[in-house]
Design a binder for this molecule. Structure first.
Ligand code: CA
Ligand code: CA
Length: 370
């Protein structure tokens, strides 16, 4: 374009608005970071299309990594490990009460990172739309490992999350969940392929979230046990806590399992909505396998075995069909009740490790454990 035609175009653009055309923002770029200062700056300065690649190593940020900059659906912000390198972002040098990563932003793709030893929650996405989390590990933090919260929480995907060892000491383990989708609303949120275990409170908690969330291919186990010698321990230990605070919402859980939790495997937690629980397995939880005493859940093709509080507690509005507690439905035998393989490394690409634990080979009932 000639200078003359450029000026003409500029004049045309300014007509009608009276505003001068501002220079376009800095060109999006790939940023390779190798220390905590570079990491904090890269997150803070990201624009649509920025690709942040973090070199292998352990990073100790001294303030929460955070951004309010939206990507776009066609030009997301990417935050990921460099190549196949192992990246740990450690909260040990953060102030008390701080989170490691907080996004109040749309269209970020975050993958292949570990967030550990956070003073409080490890990762919080607040009122996020269209974020995609892949192969994230949140470990040993002081509150919930991974949190989606706020109104406008829309179309987020959490894929292949490992979240374990979280414990809120000051409140005696009452609050720290593996993943929390709490205090908010918004459709299209999916959790798939998660391992949520050995947290002081619940594996998964949807307290006071008023829109349906879908969960699939997820394992919640060993939650709510006092692993911290806390004499006033208050963790609840539900595998899947699917409501609370008066919200009536039809969450969906497909092909997932809960075992060895201190509370119930799956619970409505007073949510009276038409929660759908399909082809899941509850095994050896201390309380009930399925607790849906007050609501209108749809329980189909689920398998409950050896739960301390019984297989199911269902109210009169619950629809129950094809579960092993329903009449005429057989209970298939487990191929294995040895859980040791569930801790194995994930498969290439991030899928859950192969296991025979709690598998039955049935094509009609229970989780397939993959
Ligand atoms: Ca609790
Ligand atoms: Ca909880």
């Amino acid at each position: 374009m000639s200078r003359r035609s450029a000026l003409a175009a500029l004049a045309a653009l300014t007509l009608g608005t009276g505003l001068a055309v501002l220079p376009t923002q800095a060109q999006a770029a790939t940023v390779v970071v190798g220390n905590s200062t570079e990491l904090a700056d890269a997150v803070k300065n990201a624009v649509p299309g920025t690709v942040i690649q973090v070199r292998g190593g352990t990073y100790y940020p001294t303030a929460t990594l955070q951004s309010t900059a939206d990507g776009t659906s066609s030009s997301p912000v990417t935050l990921t490990a460099y190549g196949s390198e192992t990246v740990k972002i450690d909260g040990s040098n953060l102030p008390a009460g701080a989170w490691i990563l907080k996004l109040t932003a749309d269209y970020w793709n975050v993958s292949n990172l570990t967030f550990q030893n956070s003073p409080d929650s490890a990762v919080v996405c607040q009122s996020c739309t269209g974020t995609d989390w892949n192969n994230i590990r949140t470990i040993d933090g002081g509150d919930s490992g991974f949190t989606l919260t706020g109104d406008g929480t829309v179309n987020n995907t959490v894929r292949n999350l490992d979240s374990y060892g979280h414990y809120d000491k000051a409140t005696h383990g009452e609050n720290a969940d593996g993943i929390a989708v709490k205090f908010g609303s918004g459709s299209g949120n999916l959790i798939t392929g998660a391992r949520l275990y050995n947290n002081s409170d619940d594996g998964l908690d949807f307290w006071s979230f008023s829109s349906p969330v879908t969960v699939e291919h997820t394992w919640a186990f060993g939650n709510g046990k006092n692993r911290w010698s806390d004499s006033a321990f208050a963790g609840d230990g539900n595998g899947y806590k699917l409501g609370g605070d008066g919200e009536v919402v039809a969450h969906v859980v497909n092909n997932s399992a809960a075992w060895d939790n201190a509370g119930n495997g799956f619970t409505e937690n007073s949510n009276k909505g038409a929660i759908v629980i399909n082809r899941t397995t509850a095994y050896a939880n201390a309380k009930g396998g399925y607790y849906f005493a007050t609501g209108s859940a749809r329980l189909g093709k689920n398998l409950a075995v050896s739960n301390g509080g019984g297989s199911v507690n269902k109210g009169s509005s619950v629809v129950s069909m094809g579960n092993n507690w329903d009449s005429g439905i057989a209970t298939p035998a487990f191929r294995s009740t040895n859980a040791s393989t569930v801790y194995n490394a994930r498969q290439p690409g991030g899928a859950l490790p192969a296991t025979t634990f709690l598998t039955t080979g049935s094509t009609s009932i229970g989780a397939t454990m993959d």
